[in-house]
Design a protein around this ligand. Structure first.
Ligand code: NDP
Length: 256
């Protein structure tokens, strides 16, 4: 039985990943603040094993307790362990002079520290496992290119990229090293994109580009992106390139 831990499974990309990962042959462990009744109904209908935890991942003390309780009890006889750190926030969006004091910490906690904690407890909980252990941190093109108004978001995703590189370096010494990738997923039609299109050009001068992507039907669907991420996780060379972009792996029907 494969074990997958997935954050941000209530909406958007995470909900699409969760819906595709449901299977009687897999134990899917999801974390988000809101429930996902459709997913829970689908799990019942398919007799799939779903554990769904309601947790604000920006609350690091509670997140650590949950991460430890999940990872301390992982079975030794699994076929493969996967952690997908997908939950993320774009907020706060503002030019640097106008940054609010309260959103910065929450974004750092969710986008960076929670992913660090889950990775830490996952690696510890599976350290004696001889089979495949794979971690995907959902990053962004914004980790690698600056955008006006997205100073917090770009910084958190760049931090996630660097954390990924450090983990890869540490894991290299182990015979059963876990593989880790920070993966930019492309531009996806989710609530986060809807929020991007609503941004004030004063705060985010690039807003028109994202409005035009939607108007021209150029956003990927969450399900298509989720399908490609699942294929990506299964690649034999997973982890070779630790900072990667899903757009480097176009579907056979797409042009690069
Ligand atoms: P959405 O805003 O649509 O969904 C975000 C998910 O994260 C939800 O399930 C939400 O659940 C969860 N989440 C948010 N805050 C918290 C919190 N404090 N605690 C626990 N869970 C939380 O985002 P997307 O699906 O678009 O994005 C998924 C990932 O992909 C993110 O990391 C994002 O940065 C990245 N990404 C997205 C792109 C896009 O174009 N959409 C482009 C590049 C990267 P709940 O509210 O129930 O807690």
């Amino acid at each position: 039985m494969e074990i997958v831990i997935l954050t941000g499974a209530s909406r958007g990309l995470g909900a699409a990943l969760a819906s595709l990962l449901l299977s009687p042959e897999r134990r899917l462990i999801c974390i988000a603040r809101q429930p996902n009744p459709e997913l829970e109904a689908a799990a019942r209908a398919q007799s799939a094993w779903l554990d769904y935890y309601l947790q604000d991942l920006a609350d690091l003390e509670a997140t650590d307790m949950l991460a430890q309780s999940i990872c301390d009890e992982l079975p030794a006889d699994a076929s493969r362990f996967v952690l997908i750190n997908n939950a993320g926030t774009l907020a706060p969006v503002a030019r640097v002079e106008a940054l609010p004091y309260d959103g910065i910490g929450a974004a750092l906690n969710l986008n960076v520290a929670a992913a660090m904690l889950l990775t830490s407890r996952f690696l510890k909980g599976t350290e004696t496992f001889a089979g495949a252990r794979r971690i995907v941190n959902i990053s962004s093109g914004a980790a690698r290119n600056p955008y006006e108004g997205w100073g917090v978001y770009c910084t958190t995703k760049a931090a996630l990229d660097m954390f990924t590189r450090c983990v890869k370096l540490e894991q290299a010494r182990f015979a059963n090293s876990a593989a880790i990738v920070s993966l930019a997923p492309g531009v996806i039609d989710t609530d986060m994109q809807a929020a991007v299109r609503e941004l004030d050009p004063e705060d985010f001068p690039n807003v028109e580009r994202f409005r035009s992507l939607k108007a021209n039907n150029l956003l990927a669907t969450p399900l298509d992106t989720a399908r490609r991420i699942i294929e990506f996780i299964a690649r034999p060379d997973f982890g070779t390139t630790e900072i990667d972009d899903l757009r480097n792996y176009p579907s056979p029907t797409e042009t690069p």
